[in-house]
Design a protein around this ligand. Structure first.
Ligand code: HEC
Length: 158
């Protein structure tokens, strides 16, 4: 794909993401597992890395699922993104093995906004799965995939 076309595609994707953010962001209630708050910082880092991996595995197979399995995949993503909101305490980028960037805490609203958007997108995915709406289901998976990349580009060292 020529570079200018790629840039336009990215701009459209960003615009769509922003639109989705403003219209739905208020509609979800985030309920992280309260037990996570008492973990040590090291365990929080291990836990968030584990949840990220689960998200990757879930998203990878989600496109092939339908019915109750698709609903379950969406529920996993909702729970994981909700739990991730309490697993980035300030300074935890210095824990050995963490790829979190210090920029997270300088832009915490943006970072937390991405996680909330993950819950929003996964909630849309669940609704589409329950309705048996394959097109909406596919679109929500695509939106989730875009979100992973967007946040990693900004906040994950590679
Ligand atoms: C809000 C920002 C954000 C979003 C959204 C996000 N990630 Fe991450 N991800 C991170 C950060 C930061 C790290 C580094 C965490 C660490 O090492 O402490 C990470 C790490 C990872 C890792 C490596 C885990 C390991 O073993 O070290 C994988 C895999 C991953 N993410 C997959 C995903 C997938 C798939 C999605 C989308 C469904 C996603 N992430 C969404 C910020 C995000």
């Amino acid at each position: 794909m020529p570079l200018h076309k790629l840039a336009i595609t990215a701009a459209v994707a960003l615009a769509l993401g922003a639109a989705a953010f403003t219209s739905f962001a208020q509609d979800v209630v985030i309920t992280p597992d309260p037990a996570l708050s008492s973990l040590s910082v090291e365990d929080m880092v291990a836990k968030r890395q584990e949840l990220m991996k689960t998200n990757g595995a879930t998203l990878k197979t989600a496109g092939t699922l339908s019915g109750a399995d698709a609903v379950k995949a969406a529920e996993t993503l909702i729970a994981d993104f909700s739990n991730l909101t309490v697993l980035f305490p300030e300074g935890s980028d210095t824990v050995k093995g963490s790829e979190a960037k210090p920029e997270i805490w300088q832009n915490l609203d943006t970072f937390q906004g991405y996680l909330k958007q993950g819950v929003v997108n996964a909630t849309a995915m669940k609704a589409a799965a329950e309705a048996g709406d394959a097109a909406a289901y596919g679109a929500s998976i695509k939106a989730l995939g875009g979100l992973c990349g967007q946040c990693h580009q900004q906040f994950r060292a590679s």
